[in-house]
Design a protein around this ligand. Structure first.
Ligand code: GTP
Length: 553
């Protein structure tokens, strides 16, 4: 295929603005998939994606399109639709020369529209604004055109107005792809240089790496090297994605496709890695970063007898997702488990949901925490503020874009929900990592009758310690069974008590009187319950109480 007839592009959009629907229409228009079949959202494959209507794992497709007597190869490189995966988005975009920026004609520019635009802009891609859902009653495409002109400095006449649902004007999107996006700048005569922009694991064939070829050619039987791991592999299969894998003899620079080379784990084909031919090393493509987990949570089987099943389910899932980090962990209260690191909250929820849906696992997930760096000096004396406003831009009379610097731990737990409910669903939110900042953090202990409960030690911001400590004490009071003496439940920073609840004495069941069999039953149940108890000082704490305090939901 001549390079000048190739276009590599991506569709980016705020959640629900119609990215997948537009992709489906483009696949139908080019005959890649059959219109008559029920192929709704072919590119979204996972069950959780269908349920949540979001793209987690990107899917890619090569489309053939005839225009004015010439045949074009249009590689549609799908990107994940959430900020947690912004690194993956940036790698997918680096395989493209242009993007379709889809904006809902009713909702207008949203947080992820802005984030995606800047990712594309930084990668110096051609941006084609597509205003979607013009069929909606409340659609106001002119308003959205003005927003796009104001915020992105793209002339309003460059916007294409479509209804992806009805198929209205979708053909002109393909025209624009051909006219406004340049062909890739590649060198087929140079030695192979291929970017890995996604990878999946297949039980039978091993790792399937999605690649974009910047230079050279790759064929079955070639020996290739990963620039990141320096491991050498023999290529077993190459091919294109239509959108299912279709083997070919070779892949040439400018093409996008897949490659199978006996890699056993997706960690061997990390997103952003460069592949080259054995003994023909090349300068790796820029921008590679190892996945960096931002949110950590403990994961435990509900029942310890499920430990091995859960272990194998986690292993299988991580075979497909190299961005999850797994470390063995154990908790006196919850038993043996793991400490998992995720790219963000959605990533964590999706992982958890996949474990439950695809592997039938039932797990306890503890409240997520974020990484801190501790410096042992007096620099904590520096006054830290929690959210600092960085700028404010009016998108139009009705919308304003605010930029803040936030500590990550302030947004990992229910920030998004609060924002949505405060704004009656109108506000949208996106974030990027701004690095470590100094903060006044304290270690908070939870005490039962003066003894520290190791499982509940946390790091919190000094100003939040009181409210968090109080909430934990209240939750413990509600979940601890009463005992034969009073229990003081306290939150403390060092030797200073900052919150306290008191659990009153349990009245001995024999004081109730009544029939003896009922008493015996109660005693028996108490004895069974005690097996699962842990003693902290003289206080007996059942496993359930820990679960109630530690669990996210
Ligand atoms: P993510 O994968 O989460 O990024 O979502 P998406 O951008 O792929 O959105 P999707 O294509 O799933 O569409 C979201 C919703 O909007 C679906 O219910 C679609 O049926 C609907 N939708 C998409 N395009 C149109 C359109 O042109 N008109 C109308 N009325 N609805 C549309």
């Amino acid at each position: 295929f001549p390079v000048e007839n190739i276009r590599n592009f991506s569709i980016v959009a705020h959640v629900d603005h119609g990215k997948s629907t537009l992709a489906d229409r483009l696949l139908e228009l080019t005959g890649t998939i059959d219109k008559t079949k029920n192929n709704k959202q072919v590119l979204d494959k996972l069950q959780v994606e269908r349920e949540r209507g979001i793209t987690v794992k990107a899917q890619t497709a090569s489309l053939f399109y005839n225009c004015e007597g010439k045949q074009y190869l249009l590689n549609l490189i799908d990107t994940p639709g959430h900020v947690d995966f912004s690194y993956e988005v940036s790698r997918s975009l680096s395989a493209c020369q242009g993007v379709l920026l889809v904006v809902d004609a009713n909702e207008g520019i949203q947080a992820q529209t802005v984030a995606n635009f800047f990712l594309a802009f930084e990668a110096q891609l051609s941006v084609i604004p597509v205003i979607n859902k013009i069929d909606l009653k409340n659609a106001d495409p002119e308003r959205v055109e003005n927003q796009i002109e104001k915020v992105f400095d793209i002339p309003s006449d460059e916007c294409i107005k479509i209804s992806a649902k009805l198929g209205t004007n979708v053909e002109s999107v393909l025209q624009a792809v051909i006219e406004r996006i340049p062909p890739p700048k590649v060198h087929r005569k140079n030695p192979l240089r291929a970017l890995v922009f996604d990878s999946t694991f297949d039980q039978y064939r091993g790792v399937i790496a999605n690649v974009a070829l910047f230079d050279g050619v790759v064929s079955k039987g070639d020996k290739i090297v990963s620039a990141h791991t320096q491991k050498t592999y023999e290529v077993n299969e190459v091919g294109v994605l239509n959108p299912n894998e279709q083997p070919t003899h070779k892949l040439y620079a400018g093409q996008v496709g897949y490659l199978i080379a006996g890699m056993k784990n997706v960690i061997e084909a990390q997103i952003g890695d460069t592949l080259y031919l054995h003994k023909q090393p090349v300068e790796p493509l820029p921008g590679f970063k190892s996945a960096k987990p931002m949110v950590f949570a403990g994961m435990y089987p509900v029942d310890q007898s499920e430990y091995n099943n859960l272990k194998s389910a986690i292993e299988k899932l991580t075979l497909n997702d190299s961005s999850v980090t797994v470390h063995r962990d154990s908790s006196l209260a919850l038993g043996a488990g793991w400490r998992l690191g995720f790219l963000g909250l959605l990533h964590m929820e999706v992982f958890n949901q996949r474990l439950e849906q695809e592997y039938n696992a039932s797990v306890i997930l503890t409240t997520p925490t974020v990484p801190y760096k501790a410096v042992l000096s007096s620099s904590k004396l520096i006054k830290a503020r929690r959210a600092v406003q960085k700028n404010m831009i009016f998108i139009d009379q009705n919308r304003v874009m605010l930029k803040y610097l936030f500590p990550l731990n302030e947004i990992v737990v229910d920030f998004y929900d609060s924002l949505k409910s405060l704004s009656s669903g109108y506000a949208s939110f996106d974030y990027e990592d701004a690095g470590y900042q100094t903060a006044e953090l304290v270690k908070m202990d939870i005490l039962l009758n003066g003894n520290t409960v190791e499982e509940l030690v946390t790091v919190v911001h000094k100003d939040k310690a009181h409210s968090i400590g109080k909430a934990i004490c209240e939750r413990l009071k509600d979940s601890l069974p009463r005992q034969l003496f009073e229990i003081a439940i306290q939150a403390a920073i060092g030797s200073k008590i900052i919150a306290r609840e008191t659990l009153p004495i349990f009245k001995n069941i024999f004081q109730y009187g009544g029939d003896i069999t009922r008493k015996m039953k109660l005693l028996k149940r108490q004895a069974e319950g005690k097996k699962k108890l842990r003693k902290i000082g003289n206080v007996e704490v059942p496993k359930d109480a820990f679960i109630k305090v530690l669990k996210t939901r």
